[in-house]
Design a protein around this ligand. Structure first.
Ligand code: SF4
Length: 377
């Protein structure tokens, strides 16, 4: 409940003043994440981009590798996206590609499809280009060594943030909270208040597989009571939001909010739209169903047809995944069939995402494993 202008959100997140429309859509799982490129010239020591994507020039729509425009549009439809967040790497480093996607999404889904973008580059010319293409909002990532009054070297950031309203676009600042820089952060917020930016988003600094070593080298520690959060980051952010007497909206987004709320909601939306009728959705938004891998060397279609006939499987009660060479059906049904199947069977839990990441695999008939050969069922 709002208390003295302070709004508390789940997972220790909070805000003072209104939330950006992009943040609202994100918390409801309605934003597609369009990762335009892994390339970025800034190389922040805390960069969380995964090693699979970091400094690699590939585009992903959520977890889907993009090979053509249809991949982007299909992924947006698969979560019923109301908007898109463009990220990277630095999307301004690939300005032609970024502008192309802004235009593509607006043409396909109309002007109400809300698009926001993250960048480290205070480049007025590129941002104006994107504003003309239909970009609704940008969030500047101001480097920590420029936090403070945004004078001298911070001047380029100040001028972009000052000029942006005349380009017809909303502008905010989004930065991770480095716990030892509280004084500089408070001074920066005062400068942003003077400019009158539309909002400031503070993210919890967190460990990831890619930044772990660098964060440890700089003396940061894990907060043992707080997932992957860096000790002190949450406390500083919460204090700043609680005590700030600014006229601009300030929002603190915790790392657990991103995982437990934003991601979970997006998984549920994708599961609702894409899951096969025989799969069950868990409270985390993952899918549970049964799988029977095809024996090596067998024609998958004919093998699956034989099983379907033998066990009288109706057309909606199973499907064949030709890419992964396997038959899929309801987990409970397979549990009942498994003892007579003569081939290994599993109940699996997977993300309902394009990469279908497997979380867990439970064998249903261990006795079938020993005797299973290429000549099985
Ligand atoms: S600007 Fe973003 S993508 Fe680039 S290095 Fe910094 S955190 Fe990573």
């Amino acid at each position: 409940m709002p208390a003295n202008g302070l709004h508390l959100l789940p997972m220790a997140s909070s805000h003072r003043g209104g939330l950006s429309e992009a943040c609202v859509q994100c918390s409801e799982g309605k934003k597609m994440v369009l990762f335009v490129t892994g390339l970025c010239r800034f190389r922040c020591f805390y960069c969380p981009v995964s090693s699979r994507r970091n400094q690699i020039d590939a585009t992903y729509a959520n977890e889907r590798l993009v090979t053509c425009d249809a991949d982007v549009l299909d992924e947006a439809r698969s979560i019923g996206a109301a908007g898109t967040g463009i990220t990277g790497g630095d999307p301004l480093g690939m300005i032609d590609r970024t502008e192309h996607y802004v235009r593509l999404l607006k043409e396909e889904f109309g002007p109400s499809h809300h698009i926001h973008l993250y960048t480290h580059e205070p480049n007025a010319e590129k941002l104006q280009r994107l504003a003309r293409a239909g970009l609704d909002e940008f969030r500047l990532h101001i480097p920590h060594y420029l936090w403070g009054p945004l004078a001298a070297d911070g001047g380029a950031y100040r001028s972009v943030l000052t000029e942006a309203p005349s380009w017809g676009i909303r502008r905010g600042v989004e930065i991770p909270v480095l716990p030892e820089k509280e004084a500089e952060l408070v001074r920066l917020l005062q400068a942003l208040d003077e400019i009158g930016v539309d909002f400031v988003n503070l993210n919890e600094l967190e460990f990831s597989e890619t930044n772990e070593e660098k964060l440890h080298d700089r003396g940061y520690e894990l907060d043992p009571s707080n997932g992957w959060g860096v000790r002190g980051s949450r406390a500083v952010a919460q204090r700043v939001v609680k005590e700030s007497r600014l006229s601009i909206p300030v929002h603190y987004c915790s790392s657990r909010f991103k995982d437990s709320v934003q991601l979970r909601m997006r998984l549920h939306r994708r599961a609702e739209r894409t899951r096969p009728p025989f799969a069950e959705t868990t409270s985390d938004g993952t899918l549970v169903f049964g799988v029977v891998p095809a024996p090596p060397g067998r024609d998958v279609a004919r093998w699956a047809e034989r099983i379907a006939r033998r066990y009288r499987l109706g057309p909606k009660s199973y499907r064949v995944d030709f890419g992964r060479r396997r038959l899929e059906l309801g987990a409970e049904r397979l549990r009942r069939l498994a003892p007579t199947l003569g081939a290994p069977a599993f109940a699996v839990e997977e993300y309902p995402t394009a990469d279908a990441l497997e979380v867990e695999r439970e064998p249903l008939n261990r006795e079938a494993f020993a005797g299973f050969t290429a000549g099985g069922t």
